[in-house]
Write a protein that binds this ligand. Structure first.
Ligand code: KDG
Length: 349
């Protein structure tokens, strides 16, 4: 009996000690007042993305890890996952809301399912070039959209770059609007993308990025659209023969953190993760632009046929999607759409 009572007492003691702290629960941040946490507690950030480990996005994530672990003296540890090991853009964003994952960096397109105004970046042919995209993403509207994420239990720490999206397919060259006719195109999970491709005459299917390579390989879809860096680094050239510089949408990424995790950090730690997300984002953008520049040539070396879209043909595409843009103005929010167009115009002056 004595032995039994002693056993019960030690179990109780262990339970009380555990409740008083000492665990490495990544979501508990109470009581830590400095960057190093002060109480010796190590918080863990599980960070996952859909692209693979060769992509600039993953290299940017490693930069984030390096900065955060160094600046917090190891009090915050960052575990990195790529290639959809933790899920796709939507499921990882949901995991952040639930607090079971701390960081992900989705394209803004699937994020519009959480904050519809993000679809403003899905307006086809909105940005004429990267310089304009940079200015607008640093402007009031884009920064205001990051604030809106809080209502969804998410914190948007910075914009990164996915880039201008270009069309690939396995059927034929795409040079004009007519060439889209009947092509089965995978799009991101976003209604505006779907309707824009329908307006161009294609037959679009929304699908998570994690399923895309197999769908292209098995012919479930004929084509897809992504920046050159993704087309090359994900080896889509193995299952796609044609690439055109449609540049129809510029995709930003948003560096997202789970709000419950962020709220549990000390103020100093919050500043460190925020600054690191901005700094690592600059690094990612630089690598991404270098990659997009060099990979079109390499795609051709891998055997893809490249088709240049003439200004006239691009204008026909712009005209074809115009009714869709009109239709979506009220869905996105007239004010947001008007403001973004103003900012795009101002950025070109
Ligand atoms: O890591 C980001 C990817 O999951 C995704 O956003 C890539 O552009 C993309 C796509 O087509 O799904």
């Amino acid at each position: 009996m004595k032995k039994f009572i002693a056993l019960i007492c030690s179990v109780l003691l262990i339970t009380v000690l555990a409740a008083c702290g000492g665990g490495s629960d990544s979501s508990s941040g109470e009581g830590s007042e400095s960057a190093s946490g002060g109480d010796g507690e190590v918080k863990t950030i599980k960070a996952g993305i859909g692209l693979n480990s060769d992509h600039p996005q993953y290299k940017g994530l490693l930069k984030f890890k390096e900065i955060v672990e160094e600046k917090t003296d190891g009090a915050i540890k960052v575990e990195t996952y790529h290639s959809g090991q933790l899920g796709d853009d939507r499921t990882m964003t949901e995991a952040l809301q639930l607090g079971t994952q701390e960081v992900t960096i989705p394209s803004t397109a699937p994020l519009a399912n959480f904050v519809p105004e993000f679809s403003v970046f899905d307006i086809p042919f909105l940005f004429p070039n990267e310089e304009v995209a940079d200015k607008v993403l640093a402007g009031d509207t884009a920064q205001g959209l990051l604030d809106k994420l809080e209502e969804q239990n998410l914190v948007g720490l910075s914009y990164w770059e996915n880039g201008f999206r270009d069309l690939t397919n396995s059927k034929h060259e795409v040079a004009t609007v007519e060439d889209f006719e009947g092509l089965k195109i995978r799009t991101m999970e976003n209604d505006l993308h779907l309707d824009a491709f329908k307006a161009l005459g294609a037959n679009p299917t929304p699908m998570a990025f994690t399923e895309l390579f197999t769908a292209l390989q098995q012919g479930t879809v004929d084509g897809q659209e992504n920046p050159y860096a993704t087309i090359y680094l994900q080896k889509f050239y193995e299952v796609q023969d044609y690439v055109s510089n449609t540049h129809h949408i510029y995709s930003p990424f948003v560096f997202l953190m789970s709000k419950s995790f962020y709220d549990g950090l000390s103020e100093e730690q919050q500043k460190i993760v925020k600054d690191a997300a901005v700094e690592a984002g600059k690094y990612e953008k630089k690598l991404n632009r270098e990659a997009n520049e060099k990979y079109l040539k390499q795609l051709q070396e891998e055997g893809m046929t490249y088709t240049e879209i003439t200004p006239e043909a691009r204008q026909e595409m712009v005209d074809a999607v115009q009714p869709v843009i009109e239709e979506y103005k009220s869905k996105i929010g007239e004010e947001t759409v008007d403001k973004i167009y103003e900012e795009v115009e101002k950025a070109q002056k």
